[in-house]
Design a protein around this ligand. Structure first.
Ligand code: GDP
Length: 366
């Protein structure tokens, strides 16, 4: 999963980005990889694979990962009309969802670019930047398709749709509210543009530490963000970037204590993971063995062969059966053999819909 971070200057993006990438790296003692300064890879905290690892005395525990891309660069460039590297542009267009950091904390030491705090206004400002950047993409595409359409008449309908989306954006609306006609070509084209304003968004309401205890319920700015997100069908999570920065330095044990003292239940990373999995309809299944215990992220509703394909395309092609046991059942029984004896390990076929927390052993032909 890939998430792109956006937000106005000085709202806490870098603080959050840096602390999340650090926290994610520490949590699982996993090498923190930096591909470039704008990209950070974070491991998804998952107690289940840690416990499976203990059960199997496994050599390696591999959590699922989330890639964060800092899109700050785009916003700056877009408003100035500056071109950015192709690689960077490709990177941000590929994100599955946008994390939009919104300042909901008061602090006279931290200047707000618009002089005062106003989440609804801030969100609109950033959305406009994203809209501009999408219009740029559309214009490039229009130029290309217009040329091709002279030779290929079937492209006329794409050109027409491109112009319609552009007009929609120019009216200040997001591509997510553009109604694509029920036509397979038009739908596929629309998806292929990878428009930023068509992507699901998770708002990160950045609050002061004190506001964490009641999950931002007494903070009027958070209420504004929640209202907007609900109207859009988007997600929200309440976080304190400052606090995350401190948390990132602590061990798992210390972190839990620290959060408990504050009356907060989970870290920002945990909340972000939960919010994004929910918004994107994602779940995890697990594989376990002496060599490796691992978590895999899939879309809800994925069937066994396609889940197998996440591991290796050969697994999908040669899929025979999946041996499936619930993670907790496996732990409670102490071993796969014991769970089998109890008859709680299912032999599932190609129509089996994988559930969150399934531990799966795939049987396949090579
Ligand atoms: P960016 O421009 O959005 O990347 O913002 P930064 O992460 O650089 O943060 C801007 C300033 O706000 C820095 O001085 C941070 O220390 C401060 N800051 C970030 N998050 C918080 C927070 O939750 N509370 C307070 N009081 N300050 C914060």
């Amino acid at each position: 999963m890939k998430l792109g971070i956006v937000g106005l200057p000085n709202v806490g993006k870098s603080t959050l980005f840096n602390s999340l990438t650090k926290a994610g790296a520490l949590a699982a003692n996993y090498p923190f990889a930096t591909i470039d300064p704008n990209v950070g890879i974070v491991t998804v905290p998952d107690e289940r694979i840690e416990k499976l690892g203990e059960l199997y005395h496994t050599k390696k525990v591999t959590p699922a990962t989330i890639e964060f891309v800092d899109i700050a660069g785009l916003v700056k460039g877009a408003s100035k009309g500056e071109g950015l590297g192709n690689q960077f542009l490709a990177n941000i267009r590929e994100v599955d969802a946008i994390v939009h950091v919104v300042r909901c904390f008061e602090d006279s030491n931290v200047i707000h670019v618009d002089g005062n705090i106003g989440p609804a206004r801030d969100i609109e400002t950033i959305n406009l930047e994203l809209i501009f950047s999408d219009i740029e993409i559309l214009e490039r595409r229009i130029a290309k398709v217009a040329k091709q359409a002279r030779m290929d008449k079937t492209l006329a309908k794409e050109l027409e749709q491109l112009e319609a989306i552009k007009a929609h954006l120019e009216a200040g609306k997001m591509a997510s509210s553009f109604e694509v006609p029920d036509d397979d070509d038009l739908k596929a084209w629309f998806a292929s543009y990878n428009l930023l304003t068509a992507k699901p968004t998770i708002y990160a309401a950045n609050v002061a530490e004190d506001d964490l205890a009641d999950d931002g319920n007494s903070n009027e700015y958070v209420a504004q963000v929640r209202k907007l997100a609900a109207e859009e069908g988007n997600g929200v999570f309440v976080v304190s970037a400052r606090l995350e920065e401190e948390l990132a330095e602590l061990s798992e044990e210390e972190k839990k204590e620290f959060l408990a003292d504050l009356g907060a239940e989970s870290s920002g990373l945990d909340k972000l993971v939960a919010a994004s999995y929910k918004l994107l309809g994602l779940i995890s299944f697990l594989t376990a063995g002496e060599d490796e215990c691992r978590a895999w992220t899939i879309k809800e509703g994925t069937k066994a062969p396609q889940a197998a394909g996440k591991i290796h395309t050969d697994f999908e092609r040669g899929f025979i059966k999946a041996e499936v046991v619930n993670y907790q059942d496996l732990l409670d029984n102490g071993s796969l053999a014991a769970a089998r004896e109890k008859g709680i390990v299912g032999m599932e076929g190609k129509d089996y819909v994988v559930k969150d927390g399934d531990v799966i052993l795939f049987r396949f032909n090579v």
